[in-house]
Ligand binder design. Structure first.
Ligand SMILES: C[S@@+](CC[C@H](N)C(=O)[O-])C[C@H]1O[C@@H](n2cnc3c(N)ncnc32)[C@H](O)[C@@H]1O
Length: 414
């Protein structure tokens, strides 16, 4: 039973036995056993802890309801999965970017798999009932390149003195970092030496590590601010304008392209849609499958992504970019699709888009999701619309953080 507190717990020190990991980069514990029976049972979301540990944690946020948030300040009994974080900011009161630096990379992937399984169990029961795969057996696969030096795009926050850094967890404060170990070797340093307009944000693109050299030429990386970049994936090259979407992990574009290549199986001369298609990374794979007599419609809302994608895929006459909101375009696109790829932002597809898509009756839908809760909700909606999950994979595309990327193949139930 959860107990709402009579007083604000902020800054209170708790001694906790840490329970399972939960979605959002923290574990669940219950207050109690410290001589204050009235507090017993209150849920505490505790950061920088691991399941099974005994920790002392300070309450950082108390919204006043059934739960509060805390951060570990002392580990009394450590998990065997615990390691020393690579960054001094990856701890209590520190940067909000990394949630799991205190765990081995294998343990991080196990934590993410637990979260994905739990979200699927809670939110996707109708999909589990018809799926050809077991949701409780899904794993989170490692990508090449290791847990550090993978982040090719970083948003810096600028403090009141004009100093750039990384945003502190759930705060407006800025951590004045000297470097970030997730960014290829030293690439951020020249940017961090500069001063910017107080209160602004600085988008940094790291140039030099490419998808094909994810584990290799990182030392050559240099950071560029607000500039475009050249990227390579799926055997092609894109010139990206500043602000155009590209996957942050250098190995993810080729990984997703590989999965789409395996699962989409669009017939030659057929029709495929790439919804939320960015610059047409996955559309280029579909174009190869349909061949010159087929049709690939890439639907994307960002004008710069459409312009960059159309330029990069200009040699593929079967590809057409449609600038617009995918949810609206689903009902209007012609011709009907054999196969659809969907890769929406974190919020997922939602009820209206899933219904509209199912009404177009594609033979296969390859759905990419970067939030396990949104993915689970969308899979449940697809189950209600007559589609079953026949394949499911997940990837650790954001090591050290709680984020992950998952891909599901959906096929009609009958
Ligand atoms: C997760 S990215 C995927 C891009 C692409 N599949 C890739 O892997 O490079 C999502 C894309 O959807 C676009 N987007 C966001 N909301 C949209 C909407 N309502 N309709 C169409 N595109 C949208 C974003 O600009 C972004 O390019």
């Amino acid at each position: 039973m959860s107990v709402a507190p009579a007083t604000d717990w902020t800054d209170r020190m708790l001694e906790l036995t840490v329970g399972p990991v939960a979605h959002g980069g923290h574990c669940v514990a219950r207050a109690g056993g410290d001589g204050r029976p009235a507090d017993d049972g209150r849920v505490v979301f505790v950061r920088h802890a691991l399941p099974g540990e005994r920790v002392r944690a300070v309450v950082t946020e108390d919204p006043g309801g059934a739960f509060c948030r805390a951060d570990t300040v002392e580990v009394l009994t450590a998990s065997p999965d615990r390691v020393e974080p690579a960054c001094v900011w990856a701890g209590p009161g520190g940067c909000g970017g990394c949630d799991f630096q205190h765990a081995t990379p294998a343990a991080q992937r196990a934590l993410k798999a637990d979260v994905l399984r739990e979200q699927l169990a809670r939110l996707a029961a109708p999909a589990a009932a018809t799926a050809a795969v077991r949701f409780d057996e899904v794993v989170v696969e490692e990508l090449p390149g290791g847990p550090l030096g993978w982040r090719t795009r970083v948003r810096l926050a600028v403090d009141d003195d004009g100093v750039p850094g990384l945003r502190a967890h759930r705060s407006h404060d800025v951590c004045e970092i000297r470097d970030c170990p997730l960014v290829p070797g030293g690439a951020l340093e020249p940017v961090l030496e500069r001063r910017f307009r107080p209160g602004s944000e600085v988008d940094v693109t790291v140039v030099g590590g490419t998808a094909s050299s994810a584990g290799g030429s990182r030392v050559d990386a240099t950071a560029r601010i607000g500039a475009g970049s050249t990227v390579h994936a799926a055997g092609r090259t894109w010139e990206l304008s500043a602000g155009t979407f590209w996957q942050v992990h250098p190995a993810l574009p080729d990984t997703l392209a590989g999965v789409v290549g395996d699962w989409a199986a669009v017939p030659r001369g057929g029709v495929a849609w790439d919804l939320y298609g960015g610059v047409g990374l996955l559309g280029s794979v579909l174009a190869r499958q349909v061949g010159p007599d087929g049709t690939v419609l890439v639907v994307e809302s960002s004008p710069s992504a459409v312009a960059d994608g159309a330029a990069a895929l200009a040699d593929l006459g079967q590809v057409e970019f449609v600038r617009g909101r995918a949810e609206r375009e689903i009902g209007r696109l012609r011709p009907d699709p054999d196969v659809v790829v969907t890769d929406p932002p974190r919020t997922g597809l939602g009820r209206a888009a899933v219904r509209a898509l199912a009404a177009r009756r594609p033979r296969r839908i390859v759905h990419v999701g970067c939030d396990p809760a949104a993915l689970a909700r969308d899979l449940a909606l697809f189950a209600g619309a007559g589609y079953r999950v026949t394949r499911l994979r997940a990837f650790d595309a954001f090591p050290m953080t709680h984020h992950m990327e998952a891909v599901a193949l959906l096929e009609p139930l009958e």
